[in-house]
Design a protein around this ligand. Structure first.
Ligand code: NAI
Length: 311
C-alpha cells in the first residue's frame, strides 16, 4: 500500500478524537490510519460484513486497530452496525467512553446491492438506504450534541458520482448517496453557529467495491491513500468551508456543486402560459452563468428577485 505523504509537523488533528465508520477496509481504513498517524485518537468502526452487508466479523476493525497501535497511534475498535440508531449511539459512546470527547466524524461505511429497478427488491432498497443514508444520520445524530456543546466539529460524509450523476443499476445506492448530500447541506447550515463544519467527498478508489468494475491498470492509480489527505484537510481546524462536495481520486480533487441556471421570469398575470414556457424552453435549459446557492433561502431569494423585477 502507499502511505499518504503528509508532513508530520503539521499535526492538524493532533489530540482530536475521530470516528471513522467502515474503517475495517478500503477507504475507511486509509482515513483511520492517516488520522491516527497525525495524532488523532480514532474509533475504528466496522461491522465486518460482506460487500452486500450480510454477515459480520470483528477481525476487520480489530486488524486496523492493531495496525494503528503498532505504528504508535491510538485507536479503539467498534463492531457496531451503524444501520441502526442503537448502533450509531454505540459508536459515539465508544469514543466518549474511551477518549472522553469527540471532534471528528467520518461517515464512510457502505454496502452495495446493485440491481436495475425492474429487479430491485424491497430488501435491496432498504438495506442500502439504511447503511448509507440512515447510517450517516445515526452516527451524526448521536455525535451532534457533543460537537455543538463543545463548539467544534468536523464531519465528512461520503457521497458518490453514482448519486450525483446517476449510474445504471444503482437506483438504491444513487438515492442514498444523494440523500447524504441533502443531509450534508442542511447540517452545514445547522452546525455553522457551533463551528461544526460538514462536507462531503465523492471518492473514487481501489477497494472491494471497485475491484470487479475497473480494470487493474486503472485501479493501480486509485489507491485509497490518494483520497484520505483530502479527508484530513476537511478535518483541520483551519477549514472554513462547509456544505461543500469534493470529487477525489487518484490525485484529482475538484469541487462539485449543484447549480441553478439564470432562468427566465415569465409573466403570471392571468396564469402561467404554456406557450411562454415552450417559447423560452431553450433559455430555461441554459446553464451559462449558472450559480450554486448556499441555502434553499438563497435560491428562493433569487426567484423572488426575478419576481420583483417583473412587478
Ligand atoms: P469497502 O467495502 O472496502 O468499505 C466499506 C466498509 O464499510 C466495509 O469495511 C464494511 O464492512 C463497512 N460497513 C458496511 N456496512 C456497515 C455497517 N452497517 N456498519 C459498520 N460498518 C459497515 O468500500 P469502499 O470503497 O472503501 O467504500 C467506502 C465508502 O466510499 C462507501 O460509502 C462507498 O459507497 C463510498 N464510495 C466508494 C467509491 C470507490 O471508488 N471505492 C466510489 C464512490 C463512493
Amino acid at each position: 500500500m502507499t502511505d499518504s505523504k503528509v508532513l508530520e509537523e503539521r499535526n492538524i488533528v493532533a489530540g482530536r478524537v475521530a470516528i471513522v465508520t467502515g474503517a475495517g477496509g478500503g477507504l475507511g481504513r486509509s482515513h483511520a490510519r492517516l488520522l491516527a498517524s497525525q495524532g488523532a485518537r480514532v474509533v475504528v468502526n466496522d461491522l465486518g460484513g460482506s460487500l452486500d452487508g450480510t454477515g459480520s466479523d470483528t477481525s476487520a476493525a480489530d486488524q486496523v486497530v492493531a495496525e494503528i497501535r503498532s505504528a504508535g497511534g491510538e485507536a479503539v475498535a467498534s463492531h457496531d452496525d451503524i444501520a441502526s440508531w442503537e448502533g450509531g449511539q454505540a459508536v459515539v459512546e465508544t469514543a466518549l467512553n474511551h477518549f472522553g470527547t469527540l471532534d471528528i466524524v467520518i461517515n464512510n461505511a457502505g454496502i452495495l446491492r446493485d440491481s436495475s429497478l425492474k429487479k430491485m427488491t424491497e430488501a435491496q432498497w432498504e438495506a442500502v438506504l439504511s447503511v448509507h443514508l440512515s447510517g450517516t444520520m445515526h452516527v451524526t445524530k448521536a455525535a451532534w450534541s457533543t460537537l455543538c456543546d463543545k463548539g467544534y466539529g468536523r464531519i465528512v460524509t461520503t457521497t458518490s458520482a453514482a448519486g450525483l450523476y446517476g449510474n445504471f443499476g444503482q437506483s438504491n445506492y444513487s438515492s442514498a448517496k444523494m440523500g447524504v448530500v441533502g443531509l450534508t447541506n442542511t447540517l452545514a447550515q445547522e452546525g455553522a453557529k457551533y463551528r461544526v463544519r460538514v462536507n462531503a467527498i465523492a471518492p473514487i478508489a481501489r477497494s472491494r467495491m471497485t475491484e470487479t468494475i475497473l480494470p487493474p491498470p486503472v485501479l493501480a492509480k486509485l489507491e485509497p491513500e490518494f483520497v484520505s489527505p483530502v479527508v484530513l484537510h476537511l478535518c483541520s481546524e483551519e477549514l472554513q468551508e462547509s456544505g461543500r462536495i469534493y470529487a477525489v481520486g487518484g490525485g484529482y480533487v475538484a469541487r462539485v456543486a449543484m447549480v441553478e441556471g439564470v432562468g427566465v421570469q415569465l409573466p403570471t398575470a392571468g396564469g402561467l402560459d404554456l406557450d411562454e414556457i415552450r417559447k423560452q424552453w431553450s433559455v430555461i435549459n441554459e446553464l451559462t452563468n449558472a450559480r450554486p446557492f448556499g441555502s434553499a433561502m438563497e435560491s428562493i431569494g433569487a426567484a423572488m428577485t426575478g419576481l420583483a423585477a417583473d412587478e
